[in-house]
Design a protein around this ligand. Structure first.
Ligand code: NAD
Length: 289
């Protein structure tokens, strides 16, 4: 059977390394890195994410600034807050929790964030830097996937990688990151013809689709490494619900060389990478005042 990639343990190690960097930064700079999180509206999942982010930020020794605004907040008010956070020296990272309520112009808000503080890596400047292979802030979830892959496989050069899903948040930056590590990258999506055959070529499969257990055992080349980004809540016969990924775990485990479980795989890496990005932003800002 496949080796289970323990994202929970890797994320705990990464958070501890960041906490060490925070302590060193504090000594040198005389202040701690700060992360501002903006939550608009009452989406229950977003509230949980924001609470967890705040808790982990403080646990790493950083300052956490939370801004909660009502769902009917005008775009102009949000842009005003972003401008204040951009100008605030205590704030190294700004994260606007998505999705924003329908009335808010999401593109305008994301574009207003100072790219140097854009710890989610969603600003066009950071997306552009990633596409051009220049240093910048990289979206947290694909960054976490890359770390798990390099920890599992070492050098990725020359490997065939298939990324399923082309979102701006996961699939596209994942493809760019794998390309930067010299993989031969295929970016598959809902219009891809014969996805199972495309996947069977892959040494690395990253599934970021949002379809419960889409990826089956016969899509996987024996020994391949499989990273499951999907988080899908499905109902069980006993009337309860459980979380499953985009990969049929039990079947794929018999064929793959290594794979991430859901939960406990990619999920815990996302917040750990957010802290790492905030640390990176703080260090970059300290170098260029
Ligand atoms: P999205 O809906 O923005 O994009 C999904 C992509 O999958 C699209 O590009 C679409 O073309 C493709 N797709 C849809 N159906 C397909 C099919 N049948 N075959 C092939 N491709 C298909 O989703 P997203 O934001 O990229 O998120 C994907 C999944 O990852 C979701 O389950 C989400 O909950 C999860 N996610 C997890 C984390 C984490 O921290 N672990 C972070 C972000 C997203």
């Amino acid at each position: 059977g496949a080796r289970r990639i323990d994202g929970k343990a890797f994320a705990a190690g990464l958070r501890a390394r960041v906490a060490g960097q925070v302590a060193a930064f504090h000594q040198q700079a005389g202040r701690v890195p700060g992360l501002a999180v903006v939550l608009v509206g009452e989406d229950p999942a977003s509230q949980v994410y924001v609470r967890n982010k705040g808790r982990e930020t403080v646990a790493a020794g950083m300052a956490s600034f939370e801004h909660r605004l009502s769902a009917d907040t005008p775009t102009a008010t949000l842009l005003d807050l972003i401008a204040r956070l951009n100008a605030d020296d205590r704030v190294d990272g700004i994260l606007v929790q998505l999705p924003l309520p329908k009335g808010v112009d999401e593109a305008l808000v994301l574009a207003a964030i100072d790219p140097a503080k854009d710890v989610d890596g969603f600003h066009v400047v950071n997306a552009g830097r990633l596409a051009l292979g220049q240093p910048g802030l990289v979206p947290c979830t694909p960054l976490g996937c890359l770390m798990l892959l390099e920890d599992t496989l070492g050098d990725l050069a020359g490997l065939e990688a298939v990324v399923i899903g082309r979102s701006a948040i996961v699939g596209k930056p994942m493809a760019q990151l794998l390309l930067s590590r010299h993989c031969t990258v295929t970016l598959a999506h809902s219009r891809t013809r014969d996805l199972p055959a495309v996947c069977r070529r892959a040494d690395i499969v990253v599934a970021a689709v949002g379809r419960p257990e889409l990826v089956r055992a016969d899509w996987i080349k024996p020994g391949a490494t499989v990273i499951d980004v999907g988080i899908n809540r499905v109902s069980t016969p006993d009337g309860k619900t459980r979380l499953v990924g985009d990969v049929a775990f039990d079947d794929v485990e018999a064929v793959a060389g290594a794979l991430t479980p859901v939960p406990g795989g990619v999920g815990p890496m996302t917040i750990a990478c957010l802290l790492a990005n905030t640390m990176q932003a703080a260090e970059a800002r300290a170098r260029t005042p």
